[in-house]
Design a protein around this ligand. Structure first.
Ligand code: ADP
Length: 633
């Protein structure tokens, strides 16, 4: 039987409840346990915020990258419009500088001048240039396409213009400037008349106004501007930005520009744009709008020119960032909710497992305790069983001895009767033998033989008696064999033969179950019957009409042998102790006969009972189970 020592069980219980064990870690205090979820929620909040911010930043960068690409893609289109306008107008002064009529006009001859004036007017109309004019070496305008207009350039001196000096010196010069008369800005494209500076007769100038180009930019919907090498806006789709600066100009630089009258009295103030210090291509206007500033050099433009295109970015970025943050928030919240749910489930499962472990440990402890109790009880029982078995063995041995003693006692009592029983046939044998001798002497062989046969019969009788006695004296070996009950009755009556004959009582047999068989030991069954019959004879004593009746009877499942007498019966006081040892009313009695008889019948699976008192005498019943067929074969 399984047995767990108490101490180990106790340790297991404590492990399961978590108070001891777990590598002897101290259990967290209630305060620190309560802090864990709060810290968890703070961490979750921080993570959520980080996810929202990071996703917003990613969205911002991605959107800006898209906008930058888009602005960069649009930039060449705006530049092309400008370049083609300039290229278109550049050929005109080159061609005119070679024109003999222009040279002729420089001579001052009125007809030649008039012809050139007219020529320039027509050219201006057809090329849509702003003004075309010819300046002589001294800087005085000799002829102009607007000769007939009130603001005619004719007679004006443009010696102060840089394009004039530049063209005279280098052959070609271009400059953006505000018209001194028209107050309108334009690109002045100047070409020298004459192959070298020394031969320079004057300069042909075409003023190109970029209104159309700027209108085209404006139609594109995005602010576009061109800044010159000094960072001054010289062309733009936003009128207010004209002559604004990308950086604050130094005082001297600004004064110098003003003195040159290049931009008239324009304040040359910085553009109303704030540039991001980290990402310089991101600018925001004073109206709060944000732009991506794509810029590049203008091929075919004036030296140092740079075209800028501002693509509004604030709305797109805000929308993308907002959407991305919302999605990030949503996804993070869902993920955290899912994690929280999983953690809760895990906690619940852990709790359940812990409870189960506790229950199992408690159960185990109870089982162990019970097992211990049972073990103790079992050991006690085993000891008791051993003692009982030993006691029973002692009782059995004692009973065997008693049975043997009883048999021997019975033998002693019947020895006298047996001697008498044997003496009779012996005397008869002698007589028959002597008579047989006499008959032989007489030659009567037949009678002698008859006598001898009688002798043989008588010796058989003696042999039967001694056999029965020997069998009675022998201890039964306990082996059960089929025994015909009538045979057992015969055997008992044979043993008691002399005792019966010496008694005045009559013994009567009622054969109610001829051939009925029980599983028994014949010797022992006979011993029981001998006891009962002898007791009956004892009780009858010398009574004149004593009668003993031995009756067999067959029931459905048992065989009954009754021994009844008409003696004095069993006194009330004796009845209670009838089957207990040494209860006797006889002076020489042992009080063992009925005890042993009852014991033998029990051993055979039956019972010896005293029948209820009905009238005179006593009646004992031997009840034995029938064998399966119930009959001897
Ligand atoms: P014992 O014969 O040595 O006394 P038993 O056990 O055989 O021992 O009998 C016990 C007692 O039961 C007897 O002493 C007797 O008083 C009583 N008894 C037994 N059989 C009869 C009977 N047939 N009639 C009257 N009394 C009986």
């Amino acid at each position: 039987m399984c047995h767990i020592p108490h101490k180990r069980v106790e340790a297991r219980v404590k492990d399961a409840t978590g108070t001891i064990g777990e590598g002897m870690k101290p259990a967290p205090s209630a305060g620190s346990r309560a802090l864990v979820p709060i810290l968890g929620w703070i961490c979750c909040g921080l993570l959520l915020a980080a996810a929202v911010i990071a996703s917003g930043e990613l969205a911002r960068r991605s959107t800006l990258a898209d906008l930058r690409s888009e602005a960069a893609a649009r930039l060449p289109l705006s530049a092309t419009a400008l370049r083609s306008e300039l290229d278109k107008q550049r050929t005109l002064p080159s061609v005119l500088s070679e024109d003999p009529s222009v040279r002729a006009a420089l001579g001052g001859e009125p007809r030649a001048v008039a012809a050139v004036n007219e020529k320039l007017r027509r050219l201006q109309l057809s090329t849509r240039a702003s003004v075309i004019y010819v300046i002589d070496r001294a800087g005085r305008t000799v002829a102009a396409s607007n000769f007939a207009e009130p603001n005619s350039f004719v007679g004006q001196n443009y010696r102060f213009r840089r394009y004039f000096e530049g063209a005279l010196r280098q052959g070609a010069a271009e400059q953006v400037a505000l018209g001194t008369v028209s107050r309108r800005p334009g690109v002045y494209i100047a070409r020298r008349i004459g192959a070298t500076a020394a031969q320079g007769l004057g300069v042909v100038v075409v003023k190109v106004e970029l209104d159309d180009v700027e209108a085209g930019w404006r139609a594109g919907g995005m602010p576009v501007y061109v800044a010159d090498a000094r960072g001054i806006v010289v062309a733009t789709s936003v009128e207010d930005w004209r002559f604004g600066t990308l950086r604050p100009l130094g005082r001297d630089e600004a004064a110098d520009i003003r003195d040159s009258l290049q931009f008239g009295s324009a304040p040359l103030a910085p553009l109303p744009l704030v540039r991001d210090p980290v990402e310089p291509d991101l600018v925001s206007g004073t109206d709060g709008r944000g732009y991506v500033d794509a810029s590049g050099p203008v091929e075919g433009g004036l030296p140092g020119w740079r075209l800028h295109l501002l693509l509004a970015s604030d709305t797109a970025v805000q929308e993308a960032v907002g959407l991305s943050r919302f999605i990030a928030f949503l996804l993070s919240a869902i993920a955290m909710a899912a994690i929280a749910l999983l953690l809760r489930r895990r906690d619940r499962r852990r709790g359940e497992r812990a409870r189960e472990a506790r229950r199992a440990a408690e159960l185990e402890a109870r089982v162990a305790a019970r097992t211990l109790d049972l073990g103790t009880a079992n050991r006690r029982l085993t000891t008791e069983i051993g003692e009982r078995e030993r006691a029973e063995a002692r009782v059995l041995a004692l009973r065997d001895d008693l049975a043997q003693a009883n048999r021997l006692a019975s033998l002693g009592q019947i020895t006298a009767g047996v001697a008498h029983e044997i003496n009779q046939p012996l005397a008869a044998i002698r007589t028959y033998a002597e008579n047989a001798g006499l008959f032989l002497d007489r030659g009567d062989a037949a009678t002698a033989r008859a006598n001898l046969l009688t002798v043989v019969g008588l010796t058989q009788r003696i042999a039967d008696i001694t056999d029965a006695l020997r069998g009675f004296a022998r201890r039964g070996d306990g082996a059960l064999v089929p025994v015909e009950i009538e045979d057992a009755v015969d055997g008992a009556l044979l043993i008691l033969g002399s005792r019966i004959r010496s008694s005045p009582a009559t013994v009567e047999r009622i054969v109610g179950a001829p051939g009925a068989v029980v599983m028994a030991s014949r010797v022992r069954l006979e011993q029981v019957l001998v006891n009962l019959v002898r007791n009956a004879l004892d009780a009858l004593g010398e009574a004149p009409e004593g009668r003993v009746e031995i009756a067999t009877r067959l029931d459905a499942d048992r065989v009954e042998i009754g021994v009844r007498d008409n003696g004095p019966g069993i006194p009330e006081a004796v009845r209670a102790t009838l089957f207990t040892p040494f209860a006797t009313t006889k002076p020489n009695g042992l009080g063992l006969g009925l005890v042993i008889a009852s014991d033998i019948v029990s051993d055979l699976g039956g019972a010896l009972v005293l029948a209820p008192q009905t009238g005179k005498g006593a009646a004992f019943l031997i009840r034995l189970p029938r064998t399966s067929d119930g009959w001897a074969t």
